[in-house]
Each structure stands twice: as structure tokens, then as C-alpha cells.
Design a binder for this molecule. Sequence first.
Ligand SMILES: [Zn+2]
Length: 186
Amino acid sequence: MSNLSYQILPNPDDNTHEVRLFVDGIDWIEAGHLGLDPPDLVRELTREHRNHLTIGRCGCGVLGCDDLVVDVQRKLYSVEWSCLNRKSAVFDAEHFDSFVATLVKDNSWEPVGRTVERHLNEIFAGRKTGDGYAFDWSSTRVEPNVMTLSVTKNGHQKLLQFSWDGETVASALSRGQQFLQKQFND
Ligand SMILES: [Zn+2]
């Protein structure tokens, strides 16, 4: 059985991070592809019915451009990954599950802006603005010291913004709570 491990690196080109995946110590994603941003990979690894798993994205950074996808075969005691031009990898199912659990809990890579996004995404999840727009995502990476929230209604997107100090989670969360009460009162 193979060993699966990861390393999370910043990708300054598009202001994301990437998760490199190592099978028995060898980079399984290989040069030319970027790893997924950590929350994207977590979403891939934790969704139901995952016969295919996107583990890498095009070197340009865009998901859906030239994804690296593996076929996943889950059996009682093993998880097998196979894809073109690579030797299949077989993991012990318990080892694989604990790998996923560790990655899901790992926030150690986050700059403060990403920690803020994670908290705000939880706070705003499922909420709607007074005029019926549903929350999609938050980003500290659009403008410095500005929190950007995407909301949509019938396919129409709006971006809402509020300021924060750019440095502390506490500042962002208290500004976020005020914003929530004022704007998301549906
Ligand atoms: Zn591309």
C-alpha cells in the first residue's frame, strides 16, 4: 500500500494556495499542473459518489481549463487512484480517510485573509439580503482592506463590500456581523 501526503504552498500568481500531493514521497501532480486551492480540494474529497477526483488544475490556475482528474475505486479496505501516464496508487482505506480528515482540519497554511474568509463563509452561509440575493462567497483578495461578498438572485450577481483593518480576524468578524445585521435581514 502506498503512502499519501501533502504540502500546501502559496501561488502568488493568482493569489491562491495549492495542495501538492505526494504518493510515496513523489509529487503525483507533477510539474505543469498546479494543485487545487485547499478549500476546493477539500470539497472534491468530501463530496458523495466520488468516482472521479480533480486533484490538479492547469498551470494557468483556472479550474476547468486543463484539470488533472483521477479515477477512484473505493473498496472495503483500499482506495485506488489511476490516471493516464501514471502508475496506479493503492492506499489503505483507513490511511486515506485519515489523510482527508487531516487536510480538512488543517488551517495552518492560512494567511489572516483566508482565515477571515473561512469564518465569514460559515457565518453568511444560507443567508439572504433584504432584497433576496443569496450569499455565495467572501473574498479578502479582491482589494486590500476590503471584504467582498458575492450574492446572486436568478443568476444575477452583485458584489457587496465593507472595509476591515486588513490585519485582524476580530476586526473582520465584528464588521461582518454588523454588515450581516444591516444587509442580510431576509
Ligand atoms: Zn489553462
